[in-house]
Design a binder for this molecule. Structure first.
Ligand SMILES: *Cc1c(COP(=O)(O)O)cnc(C)c1O
Ligand code: SF4
Length: 351
């Protein structure tokens, strides 16, 4: 029987699975449904005093709070500087405005040929597969994104994919969002079926934070579906701090590795969270112990409301140099930034 909370989240879903798989699917969807949806709830879960709860939640406005309990479980109780808490806690600094920090710094609105496709990179097309995430990150460049105008439905995917089918240059489809793994398996698998039917596509890349914030999402059914695909599957995790990787995250990654999925990570450099050599080196090593290679380290986009997270290019370069002095080359990510109108990320030289 499907628990009521899950049924409410996905009323359309009719999953027909074996009993064991069914339980696994229900479990992650229940976890998703039981995520904390207010800053006060989050702070009470972390045992802050009632006075601190009131003080620290005073900035809760606009981009709503959303955090799975599996992620909260890795935060240090009662620590207002916890690097995981700071990624999800609204701060007074979000209200600071500056002409250098704008709602759509990458001018993505201009790169949108059909609803659902952001067709931006040579040989690759990025598809907005889901309108929602399993967590709301305060630094996110999509915090001002008009998701409500980008609500995905199967018919819209079909329109987007029909547009890609006639483009022989597209070898790789990148599923992004929102978070593609926030979709139910039924929705996700239907999308993968259609991508597999595009003859020129060789690779499917999934950009996701779910394996990190809700590792129970990596179910047997999901791994089996990806393992049997004719496409090469690349999963790009978005993990920012070593404290985000616990035993469950490692286990989820190793399951994916066993299913033949290539695992990469991209992080965002965030002031006060991971902009120090120790955190970054520990992150690279911990990722590798979970079979994940560090891929990109992003300078933060200059998104309105995220100024307090900003890291300058000079600081980023200095951090990369010190990582290079401490780690083997394969554990040093590439330092990059996004620039509006550029068909790829800009690689920042580290000399
Ligand atoms: C950078 C980025 C891409 C393109 O990545 P490449 O690895 O440079 O091809 C696609 N999707 C997201 C979400 C990205 O951040
Ligand atoms: S798109 Fe990524 S960074 Fe942004 S809120 Fe979703 S999970 Fe967080």
């Amino acid at each position: 029987m499907i628990p009521e909370t899950v049924a409410q989240v996905e009323p359309r879903e009719q999953v027909i699975l074996s009993a064991e798989q069914n339980t696994e699917e229900q479990y992650w969807r229940l976890q998703l449904a039981q995520s904390l949806r207010s800053t006060q709830e989050l702070l009470r879960e972390l045992q802050f005093s009632e006075q601190q709860v009131q003080q620290l939640s005073a900035n809760d406005q606009g981009f709503s709070t959303l955090v799975p309990k599996a992620y909260v479980a890795r935060m240090q109780p009662s620590n207002p500087r916890d690097p995981l808490l700071l990624q999800v806690l609204p701060q007074t600094a979000e209200a600071v405005s500056s002409s250098d920090f704008v709602a759509d710094p990458l001018a993505e609105a201009e790169f949108n040929p059909t609803p659902g496709v952001v067709h931006k990179y040579h040989g690759r097309a990025l598809l907005i597969a889901a309108g929602h995430c399993a967590i709301n990150c305060r630094y996110c460049f999509r915090r001002h994104y008009p998701y409500h105008e980008q609500q995905r439905s199967r018919s819209q995917w079909q329109a987007s994919l029909a547009c890609l089918a006639v483009d022989a240059n597209i070898e790789e489809i990148i599923l992004s969002g929102g978070d593609p793994l926030a979709l139910t398996n039924n929705m996700l698998f239907a999308l993968i079926d259609e991508i597999e039917a595009l003859p020129n596509v060789q690779r499917l890349r999934i950009h996701t934070r779910l394996p990190v914030v809700l590792p129970a999402r990596i179910t047997t059914t999901l791994c089996q579906r990806l393992q049997t695909s004719r496409l090469q599957i690349v999963m790009v995790l978005h993990c920012n701090h070593p404290q985000e990787i616990d035993a469950q995250v490692v286990q989820a990654c190793l399951r994916m590795q066993q299913a033949g999925i290539s695992l990469l990570n991209q992080s965002v450099l965030l002031q006060g969270i991971n902009a120090d050599t120790d955190s970054l080196c520990a992150l690279s090593k911990k990722l590798f112990s979970a079979a994940v290679l560090p891929y990109y380290l992003h300078l933060p986009d200059q998104v309105a409301g995220t100024q307090h997270f900003f890291v300058s290019q000079q600081q980023g370069q200095a951090l990369l140099r010190s990582m290079q002095s401490q780690l083997p080359g394969y554990l040093v990510p590439r330092l990059v930034k996004e620039e509006p109108g550029q068909p790829h990320k800009t690689l920042i030289p580290v000399v």
